[in-house]
Every structure is written in C-alpha cells, then in structure tokens.
Ligand binder design. Structure first.
Ligand SMILES: [Zn+2]
Length: 578
C-alpha cells in the first residue's frame, strides 16, 4: 500500500518524523498486504483530450493507423467502449470541465460555452475574466478573423478558471502535495487548457492573433525563459509556404471520391479540396487555417514537449500532471464534417501526433511511470448532407427566427409584452428579456409553460423544458431528462432548455456557416472514448456503460487522494486493479 515515493518523501522530513513515519509505514504495510491497489504512484499523469473525438473515430480507420499512437493505447490500455457524457449540452468547455472535475455541469457551473449573465446583462464566455489580462500584448482575440463565435462573444481579454465552481483532479493533486505537484495544461483553445489546469495549475494556449502560446496574468507575471524561447522561434511560421496534403495515396481513403461536398465550408480561401494551402503566411486567416488542420495539433505537441522537459515534469517523487488538449479534430469536424476526406486524414495524422507524444514521454519519463488517460470533450454529428444521402433524416434549425414566430407573437399579446420576449438564445438555453423577467405582473411560470408548448411544436425541436420544471423535479426518469437536469445550474441556465431532434442542429455560428455542430444529448454527441494506459496497466476491453464523470474520480482514487469537490462519478475499478 505504502508507495516507494511516500517512503522517499518521509526521509526528507526531520529525524523524529522519520522514525514515526517508518513505524507508521511498517504498521500500514502489515495491514495493506493483499490489497489490490496501485503500489507505486506514477511520476506523471498525462491526460489527453481530443476535441470532438467521437467514440467510433479512433478505430474507424484502424487498419491504416501506425504504431505507437491509437494502437498503443487500444492494444495495451484499458478501453471503455461504451463511455458517454451524462449532460445534455455537449460543448467544449462543458466536456472539458466534466473530465477535469468529475462533476456534472449543474455543479461545476460550465453549462455552456456561453451563458447569459443576469447580473451584468451580457452573454459571458466561460473562461473570460475582466480581473486579468493576457500576459502578451496584442494577443487577444481578433474579431475580424476569429471564426470561433464563443471567443468573439467575450467582452474582456483576461482569462481564468474563476467560473469553474468546484475543484479539478489537478487541484486536488496540488493540494495533496502541498503545492509541490507541477500542473500544466496546454491546448490551442484557452478553454481546453484552463479547465484542465484547474485553479492551481498553469495554462497555456495558442493565440491566433500573434501565432504564439500565451497565458493570462491570473497564472503568471512573467513567462518562463523556455516559453519566450519557444515563441521567439516563430513556431507558426514553419507552416508558411506549405500545404495540408494527404498522408497517403488518395485512393487508399474511405472518402477518396468525396473531397468536394457542397456543405463543406471554405474558410477565408482555405478551400474545400486537397491540397489546402497555408499561403505565404501573410493572410489574416493564416493562423486560423493552422488550427483547422493537423498543424494546430503539431504546435500543441511541440509546446507540450517543451513544457515537459523545461518544467521537469515526472522527474522526482512527486506525481506531476500534464494535460494536452488537441483541438484540430473539432475544427475539422465543424468545417468539413466528421465523415470527410479532411477528417479522415486528420485522424491518421492525429494518430502520428499521439505516437510522437507517447514516444517522447516514454523517453523522458518512461511509460511504466506514466498513467495516461485519453478521452474527448464531446462527439459530433455527421452533416445533414451526408446523412440525407443515406435517407437519414437530418437538417439545420434557426433559433434567431423564433422571437418573430407567429406563436411567440401570440404569447406576447396574451401576456401583454411590448418589447422582446426572448433576449438571447445561448445554446441550449432560451433566456427571457430582463423586462419580462422583472415584470411582476407577468405570471412567469405560466409564461414559461406557454413558451415551452409553442417551441415544442417548432420544426426540429424534440423537447423544451422550463427551468421551473427542472427546479421542481418530478421529471420522467429517462437518460434524456437526467442529462438536462445534470446540465441545470440555477444561476446560469436560461428559462427554457431546448433539445433539437436527433441530427438537427444550428449551422450558423454567428455568420460562419459550418457543416456540423455538436451540443445535443443524442448519442453521437455524448459518445466518447475513455482509455487508460501506461503505468503497468493490463490490456482490457470493458463494455459496461461508463460516464466521463468517472475519469477524475478514478484518478483521485488511483492516487489515494480526496476526490474533486463536486465529483459525481465512480472509480473505474479495472484501472485500480494490478
Ligand atoms: Zn466544437
């Protein structure tokens, strides 16, 4: 039970403590004989999150994967083949925060990439924080080139995990070790790095405005030398004058004959067919193109490697934590669809990126000393065009038209509402306007019920649930309702929760028309891989239904530390057996 690293830690204390410690160790070891537990704590926990890696994608092209990437994880690790998010709004921050905290969004508070803040009267971006600024000047979001609409909604450039209401596994690791565990989160996306680094770690992400990795003054007053050196080498510029080409001969691909599909998005001239040119590096979309293609993941890989070496992660007896969140799969999925030639090539290249990361960690720390866990923040739907081609019903919906819908106009007349009834639709919530919310003459519950009834009838809407109904409980005991309840936070959720029909979703991302969008409680969005590997684990395939809230609790149980404060999951026992 008592690990070697614990013994080593004890010897670093005073001599009286040592004697007491060794006595205690002896007594504990007597009682611990035969307990099936992790014997030696790993030197490093490597948490890999692939944005929009639907559960089927790692094995969809399995026969064409190389060695050491997905194959290493799937063939030497514990693979959970029926893993799902248990919340309804399957968006990036919601899934990352759930993996990090083991809590449902109802408790961790990240109910969506955006929510309407009633106190300020503005839509809020999940990791924005006006109390801080970026540590690099000129690196904040450029509204002219930013294609991520949630980023454009942020009203200040500062970033922090302040809106995350509970602790992460990484926080608990820091807390358990008196702050000695080193915790670093890296991603292209700020929210992909910040959520996993927790409140006590350090997060770095890629600024599309200047092509460098940056952080916020929440974390640091000054960059370490290695970050300055990394950025000084102009990492993005290595891709200027190059193009995204297929890794293999085109005729070996499943989607070889369907490169040009009308629903794919041409972002700023990047095109819909191979090769996709990055130009000479001068385009205002240059860094954006890097993020919606494999180079985004390569940049994150290179930065993570530097972090591992320079910060000496996994080099002493205190277990360190490195989170690497890869974002290209998500952007490629949105822009081209998950069943496209681009997405297929991206998976094959992601496999090489993973192999590179795993080999590097093996060399520097040793895989026997590293517990790896890979999962995803959410899955994703196929594009309606692709599905319709196989006679599967699918399509796009447009919530912006709802406030003008005849039925909503009738409700306004009935409740004597002059201005807007719907102030915002921040997916998946309808927020009523302040004027309506604050009007004491209006029976709010009756109004919610009337809106729910009308929105439920709209084309593409499967279910509408009012907040009053969610607060009251007593809902049908189904996966769908449980997922909506798991997503409900009374301070941040809106008045009505909308679930679209399966394979129906919004494709207008604030002006950018994309091929597909996740964010539903349907299985293609909740289904993700969960794989634990390294650290002497024995290969195993598990078909029991498990949830993403189980990941953080498994890590804390494995480490023998207290679970994150809001965690709802249960330990995955296969990982704890040795
Ligand atoms: Zn996405």
């Amino acid at each position: 039970m008592l690990s070697i690293s614990n013994k080593r830690a004890l010897t670093e204390r005073g001599s009286a403590d040592i004697r007491r410690g060794l006595m205690l160790a002896f007594v504990i070891s007597l009682f611990a004989t035969g307990v099936a537990q992790a014997q030696d704590k790993p030197k490093l926990i490597l948490q890999i999150t692939v944005d929009q890696l639907r559960g089927d994608l790692p094995t969809r092209y399995y026969d064409r994967l190389g060695e050491g990437g997905f194959r290493y994880l799937w063939e030497s690790g514990i693979v959970y083949r029926d893993a799902h998010h248990a919340h309804a709004n399957t968006e990036t921050i919601v899934g990352h925060a759930t993996l990090a905290t083991g809590a449902h969004p109802s408790n961790h508070g990240m109910v969506g990439n955006l929510w309407f803040d009633r106190e300020t009267g503005f839509t809020t971006y999940n990791v924005e924080d006006a109390n801080y600024s970026l540590l690099t000047k000129g690196a904040s979001v450029d509204a002219n080139t930013e294609i991520d609409p949630t980023q454009r909604a942020a009203r200040s450039e500062g970033r922090s995990p302040a809106a995350m209401l509970v602790t992460t596994f990484s926080d608990e690791l820091c807390s358990n070790t008196g702050g000695n565990a080193k915790v670093i989160g890296v991603s292209v996306k700020d929210r992909g790095a910040i959520s996993m680094a927790g409140h006590s770690g350090t997060a770095y992400w890629f600024s599309k405005a200047n092509g460098e990795f940056v952080t916020s003054t929440y974390y640091l007053d000054k960059y370490p030398d290695w970050v300055n050196a990394f950025n000084a080498a102009k990492p993005a510029q290595q891709f200027a004058g190059t193009e995204w080409q297929l890794l293999h001969d085109q005729d070996t691909y499943l989607f070889a004959d369907s490169d040009d599909r009308e629903w794919e998005t041409d972002v700023g001239g990047f095109g819909r067919v191979f090769p996709h040119s990055f130009g000479d590096g001068s385009s205002k979309y240059f860094t954006t193109w890097l993020t919606l293609s494999p180079p985004g993941d390569r940049l994150v890989l290179d930065f993570a490697k530097q972090a591992l070496v320079a910060e000496k992660l996994g080099q002493d007896s205190v277990t360190d934590y490195l989170s690497v969140s890869f974002s290209s799969t998500d952007y490629v999925g949105h822009v081209f669809g998950p069943s496209s030639l681009e997405a297929e090539d991206n998976i094959l290249r992601l496999d090489r990126t993973l192999a590179d990361l795993i080999a590097f960690v093996d060399k520097k720390v040793g895989l026997e000393n590293t517990l790896i866990v890979l999962s995803a923040d959410h899955g994703g739907p196929d594009t309606p065009g692709y599905l319709n081609g196989m006679h599967i019903p699918a399509g796009y919906v447009d919530p912006d038209s709802w406030d003008k819908d005849a039925a909503i106009t009738r409700i306004k007349d009935e409740f004597d509402i002059d201005g807007d009834l719907i102030a915002a639709y921040d997916h998946p919530y309808v927020y009523f306007s302040d004027a309506v919310k604050n009007n004491r003459k209006i029976d709010q519950e009756a109004l919610e019920a009337a809106v729910v009834e009308e929105l439920s009838k709209l084309h593409g809407v499967s279910l509408a649930v009012s907040s009053t109904a969610l607060r009251r409980g007593n809902l049908p005991d189904t996966d769908l309702f449980r997922a909506v309840v798991n997503n409900f936070n009374s301070k941040r959720s809106g008045e009505v929760f909308i679930v679209f029909e399966p394979n129906w979703f919004i494709n207008d991302m604030e002006g950018l028309i994309v091929a597909s969008t996740h964010g539903s409680p349907w299985r293609y969005d909740t289904y993700v891989p969960i794989v634990f590997a390294g650290a002497g684990l024995t290969a195993q395939t598990v078909d029991r239904r498990v949830q993403t809230v189980d990941v953080a609790v498994t890590l804390s149980t494995y480490m023998g530390i207290k679970p994150p404060s809001g965690s709802a999951g249960v330990p995955l026992t296969e990982v704890l057996e040795k």
